[in-house]
Design a protein around this ligand. Structure first.
Ligand SMILES: [Zn+2]
Length: 268
């Protein structure tokens, strides 16, 4: 069995980064990004420069433009990597085109230190238990909302069928109910297989999650010293997502804990 990627609405969200027990989302505004950037700059200047030619786009496919919801495209300009979203690539008639600036730019080196700092905090010794607990708790939710919605609709369709049957038994002319009955039956026929297809909830124990996290290696060291390729792999393992709101210079960063389990296969 392969674990499914969690839907966006499954991601645990919190706006209070001071309480790691419920963090799966961090938000960085322009001021924070700039401050972290400066810290990073001084560190970069002190450290020997790594070969730029090997540089990977660590956040490739991970940043979404809030203006149009598309992935922002990486581009290196001299020494600096930007993620960009251009209005000219939008379909002219698309609703986003009206409000979209010609180009939305986000510098990678402003974002990466903020992301890495946040991830390092989540997985440090002090917060690991809380992070594991968050992941354990969040995975119970996987698909619950969707399943519940389908179940409610199915229930409503079944009740509708029963009511119509009761009406017929009570003497209502069946011909007058044909359309309504067919509709309710069709609804049932669609919903039942759809419900079946929703994966059964996967629940890993805290120990299993801990092993999964361990299988990612020394996260903090990778974040601190890893090559861009290593970090890209780590971000991928976390299904890291960034939503960039250019109007507020705000980046909302999330990881999807369920996806941490994607590497694991249990016997089927
Ligand atoms: Zn855009």
């Amino acid at each position: 069995m392969r674990f499914r990627r969690s839907a966006p609405d499954r991601i645990v969200r919190s706006r209070t980064p001071a309480h790691p027990a419920i963090i799966s989302v961090a938000e960085f505004t322009e001021a924070q990004l700039a401050r972290r950037h400066r810290v990073n700059q001084s560190r970069v200047q002190a450290a020997p420069r790594v070969a730029r030619s090997k540089r990977a786009y660590q956040l490739r496919s991970r940043i979404r433009c809030s203006g149009c919801q598309r992935r922002m495209q990486p581009q290196a300009v001299r020494e600096v990597i930007y993620y960009r979203c251009r209005a000219r690539d939008l379909a002219p008639a698309s609703p986003a085109a009206a409000e979209h600036p010609p180009t939305v730019n986000l510098r990678e080196d402003r974002l990466v230190p903020a992301i890495d700092g946040w991830l390092a905090t989540l997985f440090d010794r002090e917060n690991l238990d809380a992070t594991v607990a968050t992941i354990v708790a969040s995975q119970h939710d996987a698909n619950d909302v969707h399943r519940e919605q389908l179940q409610q609709r199915l229930h409503a369709a079944e009740i509708s069928v029963q009511r119509h049957l009761a009406a017929i038994e009570a003497g209502v002319n069946p011909h007058s109910l044909v359309t309504a009955m067919s509709k309710a039956h069709a609804e049932k026929a669609t919903l039942e297989p759809e419900l079946q297809q929703i994966p059964k909830p996967v629940t890993l124990t805290a120990t299993e999650i801990r092993k999964l996290i361990e299988s990612l290696g020394d996260i903090r060291t990778v974040l601190r010293e890893g090559e861009p390729e290593d970090k890209e792999a780590l971000y991928r393992a976390f299904e890291l997502e960034v939503l960039y709101q250019h109007q507020h210079h705000r980046a909302t960063i999330s990881i999807s804990p369920c996806v941490v389990t994607e590497r694991v296969r249990r016997g089927t």
